[in-house]
Design a binder for this molecule. Structure first.
Ligand code: NI
Length: 208
């Protein structure tokens, strides 16, 4: 085959593809505008939740208004991913020092069967002292996870005596009004996370 014709054909096909994507309303926005969707007025991630904290009190998302929420979904029996993620948050908050009261780290279980308030209390006490552990009924958790677009699934592992959970492991940063700012992988470095939190604190409205 004539290589030049092939290349021209390929370029034409790519141009057609890009043109086609651009033609779909909002497609370019969805592909390229991954940052700060809150400014569009559409909350893509996050929303109301009502759960039980690690002291057994019922709380809602509104109880955390005025502070940034750093939300992570996981479960206390998680062997490595969750503890690693919560450790990163702890290290980042320690770096932030005095600004810590402007951020509330929230750990929401996807395993309410085993993660009772008492279990959550014991677990979060191994991490930063400001951590809030949240659990609830299966329905409460399903609702919160749906709002945050979090996927989770119970998995029976033959090699384990008990079940484990598959789950999304992003950290979600929400502003003082409860709107989504951005998300981070659980593998982000504490330095980078502290830097991003400091930048978000800087942008908080005065008096909040
Ligand atoms: Ni986990």
């Amino acid at each position: 085959m004539n290589i030049r014709l092939f290349v021209i054909g390929l370029i034409a096909a790519l141009a057609g593809l890009i043109g086609g994507i651009a033609f779909i309303p909002g497609a370019v926005d969805r592909i390229f505008a991954t940052r700060e969707p809150a400014t569009t007025g559409r909350a893509l991630v996050g929303g109301p939740f009502e759960l039980t904290d690690h002291n057994g009190r019922r709380v809602t998302d509104k109880d955390f208004r005025g502070r940034l929420m750093l939300v992570y979904f996981g479960f206390t029996y998680c062997p490595d991913i969750c503890p690693a993620g919560l450790q990163v948050v702890t290290a980042a908050l320690e770096k932030l020092g005095i600004d810590t009261n402007r951020v509330v780290p929230i750990f929401i279980t996807v395993d309410p069967e085993r993660d009772t308030p008492e279990q959550m209390k014991q677990y979060v006490s191994s991490f930063h002292k400001t951590f809030v552990g949240l659990t609830g009924s299966k329905e409460d958790i399903a609702k919160a996870a749906k709002a945050y677009r979090v996927y989770y699934r119970k998995v029976q592992d033959e090699s384990l005596s008990d079940y484990t959970m598959d789950h999304t492991s992003f950290l979600y940063l929400m502003d003082a009004g409860g709107q989504f700012i951005t998300h981070f992988p659980h593998s982000i470095s504490p330095d980078k996370l502290a830097e991003r939190l400091a930048a978000a604190i800087e942008k908080m409205p005065a008096g909040s």
